[in-house]
Design a protein around this ligand. Structure first.
Ligand code: CTP
Length: 401
């Protein structure tokens, strides 16, 4: 099932070279099973034709305020009213100015103005960097943010005009992620989450180290689900090759000691700490400055115990609500509950390793004072959302939203 199944999206396309990316955006929306209606401005139609958008969306394209296909010729009212969200991508400097002033002289600007209160309006500016830097545009963008319009981008980079700087339209993938997020319940609105993810890497010498097979995917999926649920998220991450979820602040670390330092120095005002990282329990007691040479038939490597970050945070008098993870290969119930008690955690997520560690699907069981609660299986993303729902419901003060 698509992430936008059942959602009706009006996509406004204004005049700009980035209009070609809007075609890609329509494809991505349709892939997520959204019903897409494209509204093309007169200048937008100079860059990409209505036929392209019609073919990609499978729906007729709207061009004209006076289009009489809508009942009573009221396309500007009807389109906005039946949409779950309005996205304008690319949004030209001219269109931002119109929107900021409440002008309504074509179909797109009129339907934006006539949208019902609270309806999501997401706008992806795209223009030459000087136009974006112009105080007039900056003023308009600030005004739109104040008015509750979600501005995404622009990104920095090479521009069609040959210049380099801010003004590129946000990528379709980023827009889709942001749109999906707007439809999630805001169960963690106003909450501050600190989360660890990924493995740690403990150097033995300048080219070798101790680590483990954690991919970081579960931690990243949770960080993302928490951000979607409205939390301010700081993700302390060991070395992984994953993209940072939108809206998440990421701090990269390598070793357990660095992870501990990064966590402890960011605990102020944190409501919730989720430790998903597979922290190496041991590190080389004395990493070699030079590369270790193969001398002799064997090598002994003295190891030192790493501090337990989660246990340390949970033991603080001002501890946030702490959630731990336990990956076990056998006797999950017994081992997970023992870990929860040893670390003094209100909630621990147990994972039986043969059922999916490192894979796309995981089978998880929650352990709390009330006992064991299995989480319904699903994709990592679905599971992450369910987990965030379960955690939010247990937070002091309860779930918001
Ligand atoms: N954890 C941590 N710091 C460590 C070790 C673990 O914060 N130095 C956290 C993990 O992020 C996870 C939980 O503690 O939330 C895992 O507990 P732990 O008992 O360390 O699990 P394992 O490392 O699997 O322990 P063992 O090897 O003894 O089974």
């Amino acid at each position: 099932m698509g992430e936008l199944t059942g959602k009706r999206i009006v996509l406004g396309v204004t005049g700009g070279v980035a209009a070609y990316k809007a075609a890609e955006l329509v494809r991505a929306l349709v892939r997520e099973q959204a019903a897409v209606e494209v509204v093309l401005t007169a200048t937008g139609a100079r860059f990409v034709s209505a036929a392209t958008f019609q073919a990609l969306s499978g729906n007729p394209v709207w061009l004209d305020l006076w289009d009489d296909r809508a009942s009573g010729g009221m396309a500007h009212i009807e389109l906005g009213r039946r949409a779950d969200a309005i996205v304008v991508a690319p949004a030209s400097a001219d269109f931002l100015a119109k929107l900021a002033c409440g002008l309504a002289d074509d179909l797109l600007s009129t339907l934006c103005l006539a949208r019902p209160a609270g309806r999501v309006l997401m706008v992806a500016p795209a223009m030459n960097r000087e136009m974006w830097d112009n105080p007039a545009t900056r003023r308009n963008a600030a005004r739109l943010r104040e008015d509750g319009v979600a501005l995404l981008g622009p990104a920095d980079g090479e521009q069609a005009c040959g210049e380099t700087g801010p003004g590129r339209m946000a990528e379709p993938g980023e827009l889709i992620e942001a749109l999906i997020a707007t439809f999630q319940p805001r169960r963690l609105a106003g909450r501050r989450l600190l989360i660890t993810a990924g493995p740690t890497f403990e150097p033995i010498d300048p080219v070798r180290g101790l680590t483990n097979l954690s991919s970081g995917r579960m931690g990243y999926a949770l960080a993302r689900a928490a951000a979607e649920a409205g939390a301010a998220v700081t993700l302390v991450s060991g070395p992984v090759s994953l993209a940072t979820p939108g809206g998440v602040e990421r701090v990269d670390v390598l070793t357990a000691l660095q992870m501990r330092e990064a966590v402890l120095s960011r605990l102020a005002d944190i409501d919730l700490f989720i430790a998903v990282a597979a922290v190496c329990d041991f590190r080389a007691a004395e990493p070699s400055v030079a590369k270790v040479k193969k001398e002799g038939a064997s090598l002994s490597l003295p190891l030192a115990r790493n501090p337990d970050i989660l246990a340390e945070v949970a033991a603080r008098p001002d501890a946030p609500f702490c959630v731990g993870f336990a990956a076990e290969t056998e006797r999950l119930e017994e081992q997970a509950e023992a870990k929860r008690r040893a670390k003094g955690l209100p909630l621990l997520v147990g994972n039986l390793v043969q059922e999916g560690m490192g894979g796309e699907n995981s089978r998880l069981v929650l352990f709390d004072d009330g006992g064991m609660h299995p989480i319904a299986p699903g994709s990592k993303r679905e599971i992450a959302r369910r987990l965030i729902g379960e955690i939010a419901a247990r937070l002091p003060g309860g779930a918001h939203g």
